[in-house]
Write a protein that binds this ligand. Sequence first.
Ligand SMILES: [Zn+2]
Length: 375
Amino acid sequence: MKFSDIAGHSSIKKQLIQAARNEQVAHAQLFFGPESAPNLPMALAFATYLNCEAPGEEDACGQCAACVKNIKFIHPDLHFVFPVSSTKKVKAKDAISQSFLTEWRKFLIEQPFSDLSVWSSYYGGEDKQANISKEESRQIIRNLSLKAFEGKYKIMLIWLPEYLHRFAANGILKILEEPPEKTLFLLVSNDSEQLLSTILSRTQMVHVPRFNEDEMVEMLTRNYGFSSEEAGEISRVSEGSILQALRLRENADDNTQKVFADWMRSCFKMEFDQLVRQADEFHRSNKLAQRTLLRFTLHMLRECLLFQTAPGLLHVSAETEKFIENFSKVMVADRLSRISGKVDEALYHLERNGSAKMIFLDLSLSIAQTMKQPA
Ligand SMILES: [Zn+2]
């Protein structure tokens, strides 16, 4: 993780970089932010910066040996502690961070802007209450007493210290107050009120707010492949939460699949009453849903082509595969390319604010005709 992976928040980044450059880094810092704020990514980016071999004025270099390891979260001087529970594979007595490091690194790569519930289902904890056990505090002390062997700093990142078992919290007080030389604690919390005052008093607070709307648009387009219109609309309703934005897009897709299947059926059967009704519905839905349906159509046409040419490369659910298999009987290669062209045109007109109803009807008739034409 680098600072540039996090949109905005420039004054916080500046303050952290300044401290690192002046070698005045507080030995225990609390990255505090409300749920869905990017405080975990911020602490990770800071860790990367601190051990970078050629840090720039605004970010880590991203290329040195330390950065390469930090980007994969495998730097030997970056230690992690996070809430876990027993799972089907891991017994309660072994439920410490160390047992879940592989999953944790993958989680950080795939879903760094996330929360505890996503993490719990990720490592297989399901509904069990995750916490940071008292055994973990012994591990913390053991890990930190080993000499730093690569970087400038040895860093202990504790995610959600509010889940520290009371004994674990007490167990780390001493080392938190007087850590070995060049050892830093980065605590990342969503709920500082749940923290022991003895921990709070030993840390310096770095407040990380949620993304504002502009920052969300930047994150969604740059990191998650949203179009700028889609990002604009979703960022208005996702309250600064990347997770929420991704879920909204996913739900939109679920519904889209059904609407798409109904639509194609009506085209194939040439049910004109039905197509007019669907055009009305399309017209009434918002711009995001309209674009999503057309882009989804392009996506399905490509999947059909893939199914016909290299079926082994198809990665879809069994249900979708069944649909594609049937759809492919009608959608032979030549028809696929003709219809793709029509959908591209429809998207073009929609972007330029043509009447959604007319665009949809026109497209439906083209698709219906193409389905009947000789292939
Ligand atoms: Zn570097």
